[in-house]
Write a protein that binds this ligand. Structure first.
Ligand SMILES: Nc1ncnc2c1ncn2[C@@H]1O[C@H](COP(=O)(O)OP(=O)(O)OP(=O)(O)O)[C@@H](O)[C@H]1O
Ligand SMILES: [Mg+2]
Length: 356
């Protein structure tokens, strides 16, 4: 049975319009078509409403008495609010409309407009926002499901293959004890096989630990990532310089795993794509936020503008940052460097104790 995504569709619209006649007309039009409407007559009023309430759709006049509609659009984008912004404008302001669209407005409508056309555009904008919400919901579920699946595979590999190899190792030891000391060649074959089994067991242990990094939850982020960096540097020959506070660890152990996976994918990308010789890994706590970054001196890449252009690795990193209640940004200068920055809320252990 397919499960419905648990998203509440709210059809709230914020109308920002200084002309009372147009404002009242729009309120009446949207309300009579089943939408919940809030209105604001100035840009400042709109910003204070947006600071406390979420609206999937914002319809704003371009010329307000105190602000430009584009300034409201800028606020929506800076705050990463998932709202579609529809710009209303009079005739003759084509350049401003083009500028608004370039800055990320979803659509525009010129006054005077036909109610049918406006309602059609509103429905289309809301549909786009709903699709974005569904995509976000699905990608967060994918991150959880993938982590769960890795844990299951790790358990199976550990229990089934690990046990089978342990039995082979013990059996080889028993066989060896039965072989006379004079059978040097057979003894040497058995020893070779035993050491091969031992190597395979170590490899399985490495794979299962990577699939199910429960040690990250136990050790805390900083210690676990230092161990990972050691192996990474040995394997790739890339120098990693890290600056990590010793005591850094989230209260919820699962959160350590999310940041660990972000760091792991960041380093894997450096090795796979950048051609870098050096990586800097930084973690600092300030003002209730943890600032984490991975910076390499590699070839960089043109930063994708839309999520659809990201690979699965970067999407997973973004998703994990969102699960941690924060955000991830990418800065890349082709030919020079790439910096992945993550900012998430963090309460230090001492302030946790003070609170308790
Ligand atoms: N540090 C980096 N330096 C240069 N290019 C990078 C770096 N990180 C990412 N990229 C570019 O961004 C693209 C997307 O990265 P992403 O991790 O999402 O996908 P991927 O590594 O190609 O595949 P996957 O992670 O799903 O195995 C990469 O293919 C690469 O072109
Ligand atoms: Mg990747």
């Amino acid at each position: 049975m397919s499960e419905k995504p648990d998203i509440q569709f709210t059809e709230h619209i914020l109308v920002v319009e200084d002309d009372p006649a147009v404002r009242d007309y729009l309120q009446e039009l949207f309300s009579s078509n089943g939408y919940l409407v809030r209105t604001a007559s100035t840009g400042k009023e709109a910003l204070s409403i947006l600071a406390n309430e979420y609206f999937p759709l914002l319809i704003t006049d371009l010329m307000l008495p105190d602000l430009l509609g584009t300034e409201i659009l800028k606020y929506v984008q800076q705050q990463e609010i998932n709202s579609a912004v529809l710009i209303m404008t009079g005739f003759g302001s084509v350049e401003s409309v083009i500028e608004a669209l370039r800055q990320g407005a979803y659509d525009y409508i010129t006054k005077p407009f036909s109610p049918q056309i406006l309602l059609h555009r509103v429905a289309r904008a809301l549909e786009k926002i709903h699709m974005k919400e569904i995509t976000r919901d699905i990608s967060s579920k994918i991150v959880y499901a993938a982590e769960e699946e890795r844990r299951r595979i790790s358990r199976d590999v550990h229990d089934v293959l690990g046990q089978a190899l342990a039995v082979i190792k013990l059996t080889l030891k028993a066989i060896r004890n039965k072989v006379p000391a004079s059978e040097k060649e057979i003894l040497s074959d058995i020893d070779g096989l035993s050491s091969h089994v031992e190597d395979t067991m170590n490899e399985i242990s490495r794979i299962t630990k990577n699939l199910n990094p429960s040690y990250v939850a136990e050790l805390g982020f900083s210690k676990a990532i230092r161990l990972y960096i050691e192996t990474f540097s040995k394997k790739t020959g890339i120098q990693v310089h890290s600056s990590l506070p010793d005591s850094f660890s989230f209260q919820d152990p699962q959160q350590n795993i999310h940041l660990y996976r972000i760091a792991q994918e960041g380093l894997t990308n450096v090795a796979k794509h950048s051609g870098a010789t050096k990586v800097e890994l930084n973690l600092k706590v300030a003002d209730g936020l943890a600032h984490f970054s991975v910076e390499d001196n590699g070839k960089g890449f043109d930063k994708p503008q839309e999520d659809k252009l990201l690979g699965l690795g970067l999407i997973g990193m973004k998703e994990r940052a969102a699960i941690l209640g924060g955000r991830l940004s990418i800065e890349s200068i082709p030919g020079h460097k790439t910096i992945i920055r993550v900012e998430v809320p963090y309460e230090s252990i001492s302030s946790r104790h003070n609170r308790e």
